[in-house]
Design a binder for this molecule. Sequence first.
Ligand SMILES: [Zn+2]
Length: 453
Amino acid sequence: MTTSRWLAEYAWLPEDSEPTPEVLIEVEDGRITAVTPLQGSTGPEAGVEVLRDATRLPGLTVPGLSNVHSHAFHRALRGRTHGSRGDFWSWRDRMYAVADRLDPDTYLALARAVYAEMALAGVTCVGEFHYLHHRPDGGAYDDPNEMGAALVEAAAHAGIRLTLLDTCYLTSTVSGQPLAGPQRRFGDGDAVRWAERASAFQPTDSHARVGAAVHSVRAVPADQLRTVADWARSRHAPLHVHLSEQYAENDECRVVHGRTPTALLAEHGVLGPDTTAVHVTHPTGADLTLLGDNRTGVCLCPTTERDLADGIGPARQMADAGLRLSLGSDSHAVVDLFEEARAVELDERLRTRRRGHFTSAELLAAATATGHAALGWADAGRIAVGARADLVTVRLDSARTAGVPPVGVFFAASAADVDQVLVDGRVVVAEGRHLTVDVPAELSASIEAVTPA
Ligand SMILES: [Zn+2]
């Protein structure tokens, strides 16, 4: 049995509107077994006794952060796509050039570095929206799930949990044009064959679980949507889907199907309490009602949406419609969940020219408990007895956070202020350094290996 005791200068406890000072957190075998606020509950002498074998955590300790939407290989594009004008679609061509160069070995190296970068940023669990299934010409690897296995291994090396969202990707347009060029490696032919391959992948590692994804209404024909949804539902697995990221997707869906992408997904059984729609940047009012009625969650990816010039999703309206909001760094133009969280509020300010749409506690929930639940880890994301011992300690004495009250951390801190990260009770990051991965060196080497000349 491994036990540890941590004394947080401040800890943000569930349901609280602000952090609590001096909290003793006890951990046994990867779970939190006791949470004791010391102020006011113990006398000075008892306090000294309690502190004797506890490790002090200066700063603010929050639950592990959840990165609900990731395409690990997009990290190789950071800073390389700004030289010319363009839009989402021209960016996508650059992304495909990187995708074309990946194999199980180079992807393992790249994803290991990217997931370790996430650990440094306080991410304890990632949802990998994975569609690079096959060889570049579309043929299967000897093990048809070799790429997925590489991602599971990468997360183990980085010390974080992973939900592999095995993505069904069959066509290149809403009207059903076949995959071509670099897209060929994404496809399984049809949803039944996708399900056969996905069913064969059953990692036994305790840090990993498998969910499903519909890439988008562009990439899965309407009559095959239900096959993917049923596969996920029969396993009680999370189901994710890109939704209304682009106007073009909405327009094409209306032309081909006479309805919005949200309405199409609803009609074919994709929406529901275990479903997370990613982006939802351009919904109609009726779409939001439909998503709320089906108790579907939404993952916002504000730094990617701004990087790709996608637009601003109506976050407050979504929350008011009952949609549970979570966050993802998606293309990894930035890996910083503090930045994603405050962007939800700040983008709303730009849109409405008013301030104060989300409380700090709402932003914390989006970055933690709601996100973990969207990835199938409902027992994570809270500093509470019985929860997974994921603890992220943020410095309150850096140039960015000095003088900031603990409750203001989501409006001040960056990923660089994360000092210590505990995942399932194990220290993965200490004093701002990853314990097993040289993150900058591995990022440089792995990105160079897959970057087109
Ligand atoms: Zn995505």
